[in-house]
Design a protein around this ligand. Structure first.
Ligand code: NAD
Length: 473
């Protein structure tokens, strides 16, 4: 890529004060672009710019702020294909899925442009009025991971900005370019300082979350980093939203055709090469249909076209970065010791970080691939006999993000879904994330809510005004 990308600080597109670093295309394993690297001084400037812009932005009419979100959506829509192509290059996902992510971004921006955190009257009785107002918090630090760099940014930016906050974004070091391209476009639409972007190679996150002028941290990433973010927020009792890792179970009930449900579960596990917080990460199947289900999933895995995401027809792209690729390989090697690999199992012998869809059966529950978040195109399939037993096994996890239940009898499937202790459980569907529906993790999968009205409120402070007429003594 010839174009030199820039950081966005205080309304200006600037070079990195600490030089630049390579961005690698995971389909080749080779650098294809340079990313500007922010200095600590630029981080301070970005926060100072966001702080300076806050009073005027917060005082702007909410309809005007919403309209600017609409303009961002329009500008993005005009360049969706360009964004999708860059997304494939830096992230690896097939172009169709990259287009899907970009269309999702438009949906999020437009869903929030009309949302308002209006005052609510809690009491109006005998002269006593109690009103809950919602005020913006100030500077929001947004920190994003590398699996969905664009949509996870929009899920933070849209509610933060429409409620009157300003933002400093720090994208993941391996997928910064689409965020910088968005910054370019935003610099022509938003007032200076309202949205700032700095990039790093993993050294500025802690400084940003610990910055005294950051009022709220909106973080999506691993549970391990999330714990550090929460600790850093504690020093000043900052507001924090954590969207962290997951180990979602898919529970298949015994009234479905194993072949038909196998396809859905497979797709839920393999989209974005399994690098989705709410991908199916372990599948539980009744003993009497276990063999047929495993056979069909293995067949689908063998059919997959694993290649560079920019090539037409590719169904599964590479794993996004070398570190994650090594981790997935390690989990597969460990699984080979304890279970049976029935598809995939060996990385492709070519440049880039390619692991074909890998299916493992007959693993014990304490295998690493069952207990840990694999975050790659690898699915363990586990057998069960009894529904209470499988619910307990699904819940035996430190994670609590999502999950799916599959059954013909919808009432029965819904009853099972109610017993899974995660933030979301989908019945007979997967990945049905919608900006109008709140999304949150339980247990170590997160804290607070993203999306929906509750997600909007996370960017505000509740402020109660409780008034009665003055009582003469
Ligand atoms: P990660 O935790 O390694 O990195 C996430 C971000 O945190 C990056 O921008 C990174 O530079 C930054 N960071 C690193 N150290 C930091 C520190 N000390 N303080 C502040 N920020 C710091 O995560 P990842 O590997 O990029 O992403 C994969 C993880 O994200 C998976 O666990 C996945 O499940 C999770 N995820 C969760 C959701 C959700 O909504 N719950 C969505 C997508 C991904």
């Amino acid at each position: 890529m010839d174009k030199q990308m820039k950081l966005l600080v205080g309304g200006s597109l600037v070079d990195g004060g600490a030089g630049s670093f390579d961005v690698v295309n995971p389909a080749t394993g080779k650098a294809f672009a340079q990313c500007p690297k922010a200095s600590e001084a630029q981080l301070d400037e970005a926060v100072a710019a966001a702080k300076a812009a806050f009073p005027a932005w917060a005082a702007t009419d909410a309809d005007e702020r919403g309209a600017l979100l609409g303009r961002l959506a329009d500008a993005l829509e005009a360049r969706t294909a360009e964004f999708a192509s860059l997304l494939t290059m830096e992230q690896g996902k097939p172009t169709r899925q990259a287009m899907g992510e970009m269309i999702g971004c438009l949906f999020v921006l437009r869903a929030f442009m009309d949302k308002r955190a209006d005052p609510v009257t809690l009491r109006d009785k005998n002269g006593n009025t109690v009103t809950e107002h919602r005020t913006p918090l100030g500077v929001v630090a947004a920190i994003t991971p590398w699996n969905f760099p664009m949509i996870l940014l929009m899920q933070k930016l849209a509610p933060a900005l429409v409620t009157g906050n300003t933002m400093v974004l720090k994208p993941a070091p391996t997928t910064p370019l689409t965020s910088l391209l968005f910054a370019e476009l935003a610099s022509e639409i938003l007032p200076a300082g309202v949205f700032n972007v700095i990039c790093d190679e993993n050294e500025l996150g802690a400084k940003l979350t610990g910055h005294p002028d950051v009022a709220k941290i909106a973080f999506t990433g691993s549970t391990a980093t999330g714990k550090k973010v929460m600790a850093s927020a504690a020093a000043m009792v900052k507001r924090v939203t954590l969207e962290l890792g997951g180990n979602d179970a898919a529970i298949v009930l015994d009234d479905l055709d194993p072949k038909a449900v196998a396809r859905k579960v497979y797709e839920g596990a393999m989209a974005n090469a399994g690098q989705i917080c709410v991908a199916v990460k372990r599948a539980y199947v009744p003993a009497n249909m276990y063999d047929a289900f495993c056979e069909e999933v293995a067949r689908l895995a063998e059919e997959a076209i694993v290649d560079d995401g920019s090539k037409q027809g590719t169904t599964i792209g590479p794993i996004q970065n070398r570190q994650q690729f090594d981790r997935v390989k390690e989990l597969v090697e460990d699984a080979k010791l304890h279970g049976k690999v029935i598809a995939g199992g060996e990385p492709l012998d070519r440049d880039g970080y390619f692991m074909p869809p890998t299916i493992v059966r007959d693993l014990p529950d304490d295998a690493r691939l069952v207990r840990e978040e694999q975050f790659g195109p690898v699915l363990p399939i586990l057998k069960y006999d009894d529904i209470d037993e499988v619910i307990a096994r699904a819940n035996a996890s430190e994670y609590g993000l999502g999950g799916t239940v599959w059954g013909k009898d919808l009432d029965r499937a819904t009853e099972v879904a109610k017993k899974i202790d995660t933030g979301t459980v989908w019945v007979n569907q997967y990945l049905a994330i919608d900006p109008r529906i709140p999304f949150r993790g339980s247990k170590q999968s997160g804290l607070g809510t993203e999306l929906g009205d509750d997600g909007l409120k996370e960017y505000t402070q509740a402020h109660i005004v409780n008034a009665v007429p003055f009582a003469e003594a």
